[in-house]
Design a protein around this ligand. Structure first.
Ligand SMILES: [Zn+2]
Length: 498
């Protein structure tokens, strides 16, 4: 509530595009939806949809509100994929990220991307409450509500999809004006006052989301509690800004009673929150507060929880939060003390604690200790991207580039769609003096973030660096294929402009 966006326009454009429920092109013609002729949703292939999502994400990641934190985004993405495994089949993998924004909201982008405001996570009082909103958003994706929205809007108002297509065409041409295009798209959406899905779509998302939530083992009551939280927040705040979720996902008595009826028939699952939920929540409280008075307020509240007699995960998370604040102030000993307290109990240990421990060692300039901490942490948490990335940072600082290279190649196999790993591997190749490999890996990086023209440039640079005939012809093939893909997507998008 104390946080103010630095670049509201760019973000508003992005959010409005989504809030309007129009940004998700269909990958196939949904049953029962009339054909749109040239602008049919059927023409947006999953690959084009993913490219579109990637391109919007490329802009989104540059927003100062984007939370570039591997611990947080992996936690959210793992939760999203776990829910999606218990729902209808989808063509896109779910990728979830957090935005630093105190307003309670969540939204879906093309390509299976889902954004969650920090305000929604910090307002959640249990992991099942957070999971209930995420399940609802995933259901909007799986039930093609956004896809239908864009098909219908293409019918009634060509302007929005044309603006979006124009923006992506700019990105494909390498002119990088997607932010402007996205803002235009958002304005068009606002003018059209198409904020929100239909009541029917909301009820369907509740139903499908509830199925996912309970099949995945979360507490069904979480959905009721979250709904009540959202409803009371919207009653308290007449202005829609305080509770955006209500304006983009209309809350109705009908929905509330449907949810209650569904939950009424379900026994409690006995779900126990993971420690990670509480650590991620504590970190986001601090990130959301930013600095000054707001940060001091959060710190005081964490201090009072940290001093409680009663042993609890909340107390442990408060200590973790205080360690994170101390790190920000360069009070390393203090940070280590709080962190040790947070991990006192074995069942409260989680990768987030170890990632923070490595960060403290790195910030304190303690290379040997950092290396030992990182090695141990990786042995403990071989599924943690946050720990893996911190380990690479330590290896690079210690000049252990061969080890970093080996480790990164394995991690890319483990997590093929994490762009940061490619960036770090390219850096490592550069340090090892292999410019050709560095450029090729950067080409993969740019493909992952949807910047196809830049990927072509990287491959051309690699082509110029090598005199090996085999490599040259391999690169020629790659460049040709990528250019064909850019051209195909450009042609498809052009149809939406007319
Ligand atoms: Zn909804």
């Amino acid at each position: 509530m104390l946080f103010r966006s630095v670049f509201p326009l760019a973000r508003t454009g992005l959010i409005l595009a989504l809030a309007a429920g129009l940004a998700m092109p269909a990958h196939a013609q949904p049953i029962g939806i009339p054909s749109m002729g040239a602008a049919s949703g059927a023409e947006l292939s999953p690959s084009l949809e993913r490219t579109l999502g990637n391109a919007i994400m490329e802009q989104g990641r540059r927003s100062p509100d984007y939370v570039a934190d591997s611990d947080i985004n992996q936690y959210l993405t793992d939760m999203g994929r776990k829910l999606a495994r218990h729902g209808p089949a989808m063509e896109q993998p779910i990728t979830v990220f957090a935005l630093r924004d105190s307003r309670i909201n969540a939204f879906a982008l093309p390509g299976g991307y889902i954004g969650i405001h920090s305000g929604l996570i910090t307002a959640s009082q249990s992991e099942s409450e957070l999971a209930s909103v995420l399940a609802h958003e995933i259901a909007h994706v799986s039930q093609r509500h956004v896809a239908r929205g864009i098909t219908q809007s293409a019918q009634s108002n060509h302007l929005m999809i044309a603006a979006l297509a124009g923006a992506l065409l700019g990105a494909l041409a390498g002119s990088g004006d997607l932010a402007m295009g996205a803002a235009a798209f958002g304005q068009a959406a606002a003018v059209d006052r198409q904020l929100g899905f239909s009541r029917q779509a909301e009820q369907e998302a509740d139903r499908v989301g509830f199925e996912m939530l309970s099949k995945a083992g979360y507490e069904p009551q979480g959905m009721v509690r979250m709904f009540q939280r959202l409803a009371s927040a919207s009653r308290l705040n007449e202005s829609a800004t305080a509770n955006e979720y209500a304006s983009t996902h209309p809350l109705s008595r009908q929905r509330e009673s449907d949810i209650q009826n569904r939950v009424g028939g379900q026994p409690a699952s006995g779900y126990v929150d993971t420690p990670s939920f509480w650590y991620v929540r504590a970190k986001l409280m601090i990130m959301q507060a930013g600095a000054g008075q707001a940060l001091r307020g959060v710190e005081q509240s964490l201090q009072s929880t940290a001093q409680q007699e009663q042993d609890s995960i909340e107390r442990s998370a408060a200590r973790y939060g205080l360690a994170y604040i101390a790190l920000g102030r360069k009070e390393y000993e203090q940070a280590r003390r709080f962190l040790a307290q947070a991990g006192e109990r074995a069942s409260y240990r989680a990768p987030e604690l170890d990632t923070l421990a490595i960060s403290i060692d790195i910030a304190a300039g303690d290379r040997e200790t950092a290396l030992a901490t990182a090695r141990q942490a990786w042995q403990r948490w071989p599924q943690s991207q946050g720990v893996a990335l911190a380990y690479v940072q330590v290896l690079q600082q210690a000049g252990q580039n061969e080890q970093a290279q080996r480790f990164l190649l394995q991690r890319i196999e483990q997590w093929p769609d994490v762009p940061r790993l490619h960036q770090l591997l390219a850096q490592t190749y550069d340090r090892l003096g292999d410019g050709v490999k560095a450029r090729r890996v950067m080409a993969e990086y740019y493909q992952l973030i949807g910047a196809l023209p830049t990927a072509v440039e990287q491959l051309q640079q690699a082509r110029n660096l090598t005199s090996d005939f085999y490599q040259q012809s391999e690169l020629d093939t790659q460049i040709r294929q990528l250019r064909e893909r850019v051209e195909n997507e450009r042609v498809l998008l052009e149809r939406f402009r007319s």
